[in-house]
Structure formats: structure tokens, C-alpha cells
Design a protein around this ligand. Sequence first.
Ligand SMILES: Cc1cc2nc3c(=O)[nH]c(=O)nc-3n(C[C@H](O)[C@H](O)[C@H](O)COP(=O)(O)O)c2cc1C
Length: 185
Amino acid sequence: MNETLNVIHNRRSIRSYTPEPITDDELHEIIQAGIYAPSARNSQDWHFSVVRDAAVLGKLKEIMKENMLNSGVEFLTKRASEPGFVAFFDAPMLILLSADEKERFAAIDCGAAAENIALAAESLHIGTCLMTSSELLFARDADGKLKKSLGIPDGYRHVCALTVGHKDGEQPAPAPRKENLVNTI
Ligand SMILES: Cc1cc2nc3c(=O)[nH]c(=O)nc-3n(C[C@H](O)[C@H](O)[C@H](O)COP(=O)(O)O)c2cc1C
């Protein structure tokens, strides 16, 4: 297997991180990988909000926990009630992907960018977890203040997030893959 295929196969969703920060060079490389993803009509109507300031990140983890507790979704409430629970797996960095509300293919564009970020990070031995439950962050943001404070442009909506950090512990084994998903004609 070549190096690219190795990285694709080794990438796992990482849910346990060390506090070691991501360097500026590492951040630059992984964000560039996101920016170089394909987008429908080459619209590039996406935005990457990188949060690594400890105080801001701490506040987001608190908001997320609070919103999980009040979500009315049993498994989220249960998880957030666990002793020592910290949202976003207590990662030292969070990348929030948002896209123009008018872009029909926003989810696909951001999904491609997010996977590029995850693969670039893996190539640097950095762990990530792609999340859409991050939308809960904005569950009580009707006035858009939180979005604005995170630099999400007007008219953009949150699509997904990636937790980013150095892996703490063993690489998880890949989940079994379903069979009979492909036909070739
Ligand atoms: C669109 C999407 C949304 C996801 N949302 C979450 C999430 O909210 N929380 C989480 O822990 N993992 C989330 N994941 C990660 C999946 O659980 C994970 O990719 C899957 O279990 C396969 O494991 P692997 O990534 O290690 O191969 C998401 C993945 C995708 C593609």
C-alpha cells in the first residue's frame, strides 16, 4: 500500500486526546488540506473557524454540555451526565465548518473538506473526530451571537466540526465494514 492509502486506512475517529497543543505549522497544513478539497462549481463557499484559545474552547465545551443535558435526547443527556464528562472529548482544538445557507451542496463540500482535514491530520499523526452533533452548540443561539463570536460569516450555517489533538492511547481498531456495497458493471 502506498502512503496515501495507508493514511486513509489508518484514520480513525479519535475520542481521547493529550493536552499537547497543535503547532502553527501543523494547523496550517491541515487547514490547507481542507481548503484544497473539491467544492460544487468550485464555489468554496465554506468557512473554517479554528478554536484553540483555552478560554473560548472551555466556554464552548460548557455550552455544548449544557445543551446536551437539555437536548431531550436520551443518549446525549446520559453521556453528558457521566462523571468527568467534557464535551468535544476535551480536545485541545476544534475546527467548525460552516457554509453559505444558499449553497445546495454545502454538506457535501464541507464533508469533503472535513475528510481532507482528517486525512492530513492523520498523516501528521494527529487525531480527529468528525462530528455533526456539534450543531447542538447553536441550539440556544437564536440571536446568532455565538456564531458571530466564532467568526462564522452572516448567512452561513454550521455544518460539522472536527475535534483535533494528539492521540491519547491506542489507535482504535476499525469498525467492521458492511459487505455487498459495491457492484461493478
Ligand atoms: C457525518 C458524520 C457525523 C458524525 N458525527 C459524529 C458525532 O457527532 N459524534 C461522534 O463521536 N462521532 C461522529 N462521527 C464519527 C463516526 O461515528 C465514525 O466515523 C464511525 O463510527 C466510523 O468510525 P471511524 O471514523 O473510526 O472509521 C460522525 C461521522 C460522520 C461521517
